[in-house]
Design a protein around this ligand. Sequence first.
Ligand SMILES: *[C@@H]1O[C@H](CO)[C@@H](O)[C@H](O)[C@H]1NC(C)=O
Ligand SMILES: *[C@@H]1O[C@H](CO)[C@@H](O)[C@H](O)[C@H]1NC(C)=O
Ligand SMILES: *[C@@H]1O[C@H](CO)[C@@H](O)[C@H](O)[C@H]1NC(C)=O
Ligand SMILES: [Zn+2]
Length: 432
Amino acid sequence: MRCHSVKQLVLIATITLSSAQYQSLSGYQVWALNGDIPNVSIHLLKNGLADILDFAGPRKQISIHPKNLEEVDRILNQEGIHHRVLIEDLAVYLESRDVLRKKRQTETCSLASCPKPLSESFMTFEEMCCKKSCNNIPPQMEWYLINLNATYYPRVEVTSIGKSIEGRNIWQVFIKSSACNEGTAIWLEGGIHAREWISPAVTLHLVNRLARDCSIGKLFDVYIVPMANPDGYEYTWNTNRLWRKNRRIIPDSDCDGVDLNRNWDFDYGVGASDAYCSEIYKGVSAFSEPETLSLKTAMEAVNQEKNLILVIALHSYGQYLLYPYGGRTESAPFTTEMIEKGKVFTRAVSHSHETVFRIDNSGVAYSQASGATDDWAKGVLGVKYVYTLELRDGGSEGFVLGVDKIAPSEEEIWEGMRAILLSVNPSNYTLL
Ligand SMILES: *[C@@H]1O[C@H](CO)[C@@H](O)[C@H](O)[C@H]1NC(C)=O
Ligand SMILES: *[C@@H]1O[C@H](CO)[C@@H](O)[C@H](O)[C@H]1NC(C)=O
Ligand SMILES: *[C@@H]1O[C@H](CO)[C@@H](O)[C@H](O)[C@H]1NC(C)=O
Ligand SMILES: [Zn+2]
């Protein structure tokens, strides 16, 4: 079978799949809680009774599995907290506002030709990176990365740093500096939380920009993992659009998955949960998951060989640039410097579309939590500039951000990246 006909089959497959993303959200409700009661929502989150959707806001919106509706209602009544139903059925709601399928057919990407990441569609995992042969359906995120490697190798090198639980590759893109600052490295991580689709989308566009850019790209050895949780991401396409964790199957439990951003070995367990059903379930032990272990091993290797100066983990949503620690109240080393460079970033981000990103400590803005990439990069590797970037939006579309936001998001984040890279550049090299 030729690639050409596969491409058409892919389109059909994707169209029929898109409603499958919502199937397992049938009967889920979203409630708005009245009053500022952070601890109750955190309690529900930790016990796996509800998920907090609106972390960045005053923490008032939760989504609830149908089997937990009564119990959550009981707990809220007991605490004297009123709630109203915002969404009766999450599957119906998401289906009704799905813009994905309408957009899907305007742009294509194939194994044979995928010169840049898509701007009008979110890419499936196989499209981002194509390990499968043409006659495998549905093909998928890997196309772009294979094309990139074929075009730019050896200046750009795409390698697998390990495999996910279900055996998918975790791809790393290494964009080599051309001697100016050889030895100074930065690390970008995307897609560790499956449902935050804008994260891998923006990260892939950053890969594309950095690979093509012949000025800013010279300043650093850039390491980028655009899709840190490929199994979870696939699951958001096929089964549950709001899936967050990886796809660890837990025997004798109704619930699966480990929150990869609570599985790192620094203050492990702080602000995380032991409950399998919790969205912040931390796993059986630090680095119990192949995804986090692969990331850690690759980051350590970079850090040993080079001066790893900046780490950014891309998430959504909330429009925040967060600095560590998330798991302890003491200030992390170089907090002043992180805030100062953070302002350089957020100012530049606001230039293209006037989008406002706030800077805050992650533990303060998003509640105390550790075992995340950022705390580990700071606390264990000792990286000077470490951030978690919460991309668009402020909460109106949240995790299911429309495809019309891909282009403006990647444009503004690229402006921010350019500015912060110039600003943290240790050799004081200025671009002409
Ligand atoms: C919420 O939790 C924090 C930290 O555990 C505690 O200091 C605060 O008193 C709690 N607030 C309420 C309303 O229980
Ligand atoms: C990248 O290109 C090099 C040189 O052609 C090749 O050896 C390597 O296998 C490629 N990597 C991937 C992931 O395609
Ligand atoms: C960096 O560049 C600025 C402006 O050109 C200059 O004033 C400063 O002395 C330089 N610093 C170092 C460490 O070279
Ligand atoms: Zn996240």
